[in-house]
Design a protein around this ligand. Structure first.
Ligand code: HEC
Length: 248
């Protein structure tokens, strides 16, 4: 599917241009935008990984470069060991670390979700990746975080909170309100660190099911259901009544 290829290549170009530049003088120039897509064609080989191992890497990764880096590292590091190339060739977690704080601090999509979504695009074909991502986003909204218990915790977190939204600002904001704590607080940071581990474990569980062929048909594309790209949680913002989508 041509569009799928273009979309994922654009993703690679957009997010990893620095990393790709570093590779350009090596034998792996097949990653360059003008390479015609040869070399390490997508999707990359996948071997089932342990969700708990991945979660633990993510938790510690969060304290290196936050949420987006954390999920990407948690999924990719075990694959570097189990599969090797091409996972060992691209410093992807570093390249997409700017997904933190809902992408460069803009409070949009939770960076942990961004990291998992980008990585899924390397592992699964576009349609399967989107199916995995939709399941992950739904689960994220419905889950009271954190679930993950670190072996050696950096901080305590006393408050659990569900977001009903994939948005960083809303998810973190609801936690702050419930906990009565400011955003800049070690407990909020720990909440995000554990949530990052939880997102990784769930993404890995979904990827493992997909690789075994046991992932169901997944959630429908909101764009198809609602006639426009949308989150399922309409009332979150349209609390006074959800407007009708005008017919084209
Ligand atoms: C994160 C907040 C948010 C969520 C969640 C959300 N919307 Fe919206 N939506 C907006 C904003 C902001 C606008 C711009 C118009 C406005 O301010 O009301 C808008 C506009 C729209 C419009 C166009 C308004 C018009 O009068 O034509 C429709 C239709 C709509 N949304 C439907 C939905 C549906 C259906 C859902 C759930 C599937 C949804 N929205 C979820 C924030 C949201």
């Amino acid at each position: 599917m041509q569009t799928g290829k273009i979309t994922r290549r654009e993703l690679l170009i957009g997010s990893s241009v620095m990393a790709l530049g570093a590779l350009s003088s090596s034998a792996h120039s097949a990653f360059l935008p003008n390479s015609g897509g040869v070399g390490f064609p997508l999707p990359w080989p996948y071997k089932k990984i342990d969700p708990q191992e991945a979660a633990s890497i993510s938790y510690n990764g969060f304290y290196t470069a936050a949420c987006c880096y954390g999920t990407a590292k948690g999924i990719l590091m075990p694959l570097q060991r189990l599969v090797g190339e091409p996972y060992t060739l691209v410093p992807l977690p570093e390249a997409i670390a700017s997904g933190r704080g809902g992408i460069a601090g803009w409070g949009t999509t939770c960076g942990a979700l961004v990291g998992a979504a980008v990585v899924a695009g390397f592992i699964a074909p576009l349609d399967a990746a989107e199916s995995i991502i939709r399941d992950l986003f739904h689960w994220f909204g419905e889950t009271s975080f954190p679930i993950y218990e670190p072996v050696s915790a950096k901080n305590v977190v006393r408050t659990r909170s569900a977001s009903n939204s994939p948005l960083c600002h809303i998810a973190a904001g609801k936690w702050c309100k419930k906990a009565g704590k400011p955003f800049k607080h070690p407990e909020r940071e720990e909440w995000c660190a554990r949530l990052t581990a939880d997102v990784t474990a769930q993404a890995v569980t979904l990827l493992n099911s997909w690789s075994e062929g046991t992932l169901g048909s997944g959630r429908r594309n909101p764009r198809t259901v609602y006639g426009a790209p949308a989150q399922y949680n309409c009332l979150e913002c349209h609390s006074g009544g959800v407007p009708e989508m005008k017919k084209p």
